[in-house]
Design a binder for this molecule. Structure first.
Ligand code: PRP
Length: 210
C-alpha cells in the first residue's frame, strides 16, 4: 500500500526534504520547481508540498496519510489527528512579545493581542486570568505593536532576530514548540506498517539533529 505524505513549504519544509533525501526517500522532490506533487516510485510514496497551515487539513481529512506540522499549528487547530513522532527540528518558542517593559498582566484592562494563533493566545491568557482581545494577522506580526494595532503579539520566536530587528523583545515565554509527524485515525489503522517504516527511517536522520 502506498503512502501520501504532506510536506510544508518554507523553513520547516526545507529541513524535512533534506532529511528525506538523506534517508534515500523523496529523492525526486525538487522544491525549486513549481510542481506540488512528487512521486517516489521506488518506495511507493507520493509527496505533496503544501502551505504550512494546510498540512493538518490534508492529514485530518485523510488525503495525506502523514504530514509534518509544527506543534503550534496543532495546538491552534485542536484537530482530530495523531501526533506520532516529535522531531528535533522546527524547535522554537511561542512567546508573548512587545515593546520593552510593556506590562502584560493588568486587572480591569483588556490586552490587545495580535497573532496568527488566536485560540492559543485566548487559552493561555484565560488560564492566567487576563482578559484579552485578539487581532488575527497572517504575517509580519511584529508590525502590530510598533504601529499601535495591538499592545503585544503572540508569535513564534526562533532566533529572536525578527524581534530584535524591530525593537521588540520577549515579555514571556509560553510554550516550547517543535515539528511533529502527524497522521489520521484511518491511515494509522490501515497503513500502520508503512507509517512505522517511514518514521523509523526519518527518526534515524532526525537523531543527528538532537
Ligand atoms: C515567523 C514568526 C516570526 C519569525 C521568527 O515568521 O512569525 O516573524 O518567524 O523567527 P526568528 O525568531 O528566527 O526571527 P515567518 O518567517 O514564518 O514569516 P511570516 O511573518 O510571514 O509569518
Amino acid at each position: 500500500m502506498g503512502l501520501t505524505v504532506a510536506i510544508p513549504k518554507g523553513r520547516l519544509g526545507e529541513q524535512v526534504i533534506e532529511m528525506l533525501k538523506s534517508a534515500k526517500i523523496g529523492e525526486s522532490i525538487d522544491e525549486k520547481s513549481r510542481k506540488l506533487i512528487f512521486e517516489d516510485e521506488k518506495n511507493n510514496i507520493k509527496f505533496m508540498l503544501l502551505k504550512n497551515s494546510d498540512v493538518i487539513t490534508y492529514v485530518e481529512n485523510g488525503v495525506a496519510d502523514i504530514g509534518f506540522s509544527g506543534k503550534d499549528m496543532i495546538m491552534e487547530n485542536n484537530s482530530d489527528i495523531y501526533e506520532l513522532y516529535k522531531m528535533n527540528i522546527g524547535k522554537c518558542k511561542l512567546s508573548v512579545a512587545g515593546i520593552k517593559g510593556k506590562k502584560i498582566f493588568m486587572e480591569d484592562t483588556i490586552l490587545k493581542v495580535a497573532t496568527k494563533f488566536p485560540n492559543i493566545a485566548k487559552k493561555y491568557f484565560d488560564s492566567k486570568g487576563q482578559k484579552i482581545r485578539t487581532i488575527k494577522l497572517n504575517g509580519s506580526i511584529e508590525l502590530a505593536p510598533i504601529l499601535g494595532l495591538s499592545d503585544v503579539i503572540v508569535d513564534i520566536v526562533e532566533t529572536g532576530n525578527t524581534l530584535k530587528a524591530n525593537g521588540l523583545e520577549v515579555l514571556e515565554d509560553m510554550y516550547d514548540i517543535s515539528a511533529m509527524i502527524i497522521s489520521n485515525r484511518i491511515s494509522y489503522k490501515f497503513k500502520r506498517k508503512e507509517i512505522k517504516e517511514i518514521i523509523e527511517l526519518i527518526s534515524k536522520e532526525d537523531e543527528c539533529n538532537d
